[in-house]
Design a protein around this ligand. Sequence first.
Ligand code: ZN
Length: 174
Amino acid sequence: MTTRAVALPRAVVHALRTAILGADDGESRLRDAGFEAGRALYDDFAAWMAARAGVADPAIASLGAFGEALGAYASAHGWGTLALEPGNGADTDGLPTLRAADWFEVESAADAPPPPFPACLFTTGLLAGFLGRLAGQPLAVLEIACASCGDAACRFVIGSEAALGKLYATKYGS
Ligand SMILES: [Zn+2]
């Protein structure tokens, strides 16, 4: 499949975010837009990984090779630094986590007051769509730390809907 990609300044992403968040149901619309983007991006990533690493299907790569390739893809496309962390953190119920630094969706405190909760809704949807295609089954994503809130980096936990529902209830109350 041929993918035509377009690079945009981060300010464009922020303008789109602001416009979507201003609508009714803005938060779920932004997450849904990310989900569709992630499902589409998976094809581009698969082609990129095949050309770069000779892996025909990312789903059969080792987790380490996949994490390394995803980090390189994110960096090459100006998204930021993305690293797969093994799921051994006590704060993630043992679920795998993606750590995103210098991330494209993060709002600077100079532009907007820090939100009380992690705010990278587009990325949360994007990772769910992208990783769901990789896994061949629905996956949920929960952001548990966010640079927009003043954390050192954004962290996204990956798991089943049920596992993340449990983690969410523990962290934020039901
Ligand atoms: Zn964030």
